[in-house]
Design a protein around this ligand. Structure first.
Ligand code: APR
Ligand code: ZN
Length: 362
């Protein structure tokens, strides 16, 4: 059955996204149709609007979402009508070299940060869907491996956050950096992703979590997430951090902004032999400069964390259980509940460094 639905469309880089009526494709074999109920506004969406990354246009934005399965195609095994699901923007094929080697977050068949045409049209013209999903929309048609079932007791708002920011933050701490009890951690950039890193670091037993942002207004949020220290970012950041870490620098630094300058700041904030984890998604044009001697003599590790370096089919239900048991609190992450038409204003707030997550209720 062909259906029409509303979605938030970006016509070209730099344009203001607007709600438009889209035509949804029929559900094909191995596909499911999801009625989206909640979707978080993530900085990666903003990066597609402001040109930090350049997908194809026109584009339906949105990728951090949860909803209900309303139709399943032929041969679909892992979802049924009525299931509550979180959307996964890096669905794993389970048969490529990366999946078989235990790295499904790097699945080579996934669209990654690029966007796909999946049969959605706008005025008869094919439209791309951001991160393969296009979840700022009333409905989404996706392959069945892009949905992860969660218990129906989990509310859609918090379920949505598990689909990108929370998973990315927790996975960076647990899977990539493997923060251990007693360690010191610096987190640069306190949006939905960075605040999740702060919470995960405390949950891993970090003794000191130094939260850093350019915006002084993030202090309260940092404390709610469990930060022990808050520092306003400045040119003297590495000195400030050393002053709080016995002159050495921290065991770990997490970059949650997506800029070369903050990757360098994270590098300089760690001790010799420390670990720098790049969580932010930056631009292809933004080059990080480090001296060859510094790289050699500091013995640091620099590694990115893609989508929490996790098997989403395992990690998302595990996080859902932690939310339901009260082990994981996400309430402080939701600063605004908005409609699809309000998303451009949420991007404006995000650009100004205000709030944590805006969640679209659909
Ligand atoms: N130093 C410190 N903090 C900064 C700096 C800086 N130079 N520049 C920006 N920030 C802060 C902002 O004030 C804001 O609080 O970084 C935070 C970024 O938060 P959001 O815009 O809400 O971004 P978020 O959705 O958390 O994503 C962060 O992770 O997945 C990636 O693409 C995403 O690169 C983005 C990053
Ligand atoms: Zn995201």
């Amino acid at each position: 059955m062909t259906a029409y639905f509303n979605g938030l469309v970006l016509r070209e880089a730099g344009a203001r996204p607007a709600v438009a009526e889209l035509r949804l494709p029929e559900v094909g074999p191995g596909q499911v149709r999801i009625k989206v109920r909640a979707a978080g506004v993530c900085h990666s969406d903003l990066s597609m609007v402001n040109g930090t990354i350049r997908p194809s246009y026109p584009l339906v934005l949105g990728h951090e979402a949860a909803g209900e399965v309303v139709e399943v195609g032929e041969r679909v095994k892992r979802a049924s009508v009525g299931d509550r699901v979180v959307l996964n923007w890096q669905p794993a094929c389970r048969s490529c070299w990366f999946c078989e080697g235990g790295e499904p977050w790097l699945c080579s068949t996934s669209s990654g940060v690029a966007s796909l045409e999946n049969g959605v049209t706008l005025d008869g013209v094919p439209v791309h869907v951001g991160l393969g999903l296009g979840a700022f929309a009333e409905q989404v048609v996706a392959p069945e491996n892009a949905v992860v079932r969660v218990p129906s007791e989990l509310d859609f708002e918090r379920a949505a956050l598990l689909g990108c920011g929370v998973l990315t933050g927790f996975g960076a701490v647990r899977n990539t950096a493997q923060v251990a009890a007693g360690e010191s951690v610096v987190v640069i950039g306190l949006g939905g992703v960075g605040l999740s890193v702060v919470a995960a670091a405390r949950a891993s037993g970090a003794a000191q979590v130094i939260a850093v942002d350019v915006s002084e207004a993030k202090k309260g949020l940092a404390e709610s997430a469990g930060a022990t220290d808050f520092v306003v970012s400045s040119d003297t950041l590495s000195k400030d951090i050393r002053g709080r870490t016995s002159g050495r620098g921290a065991d770990h630094a997490f970059e949650c902004v997506g800029r070369a300058a903050t990757i360098r700041a994270a590098w300089r904030a760690t001790r010799r032999g420390g670990k720098v984890t790049v969580v932010g998604m930056g631009s292809n044009d933004d080059q990080v400069t480090l001296s060859a001697l510094d790289i050699f003599s500091s013995n640091r590790t620099l590694r990115s964390s893609v989508y929490g370096q996790a098997d989403q089919d395992v990690a998302i239900p595990a996080l859902a259980d932690d939310v339901l048991s009260g082990k994981l609190t996400l309430d402080h992450l939701i600063s605004d509940r908005i409609t699809l038409a309000d998303v451009p204003a949420a991007f404006d707030r995000m650009s100004r460094g205000e709030g944590a997550r805006s969640v679209v209720l659909i």
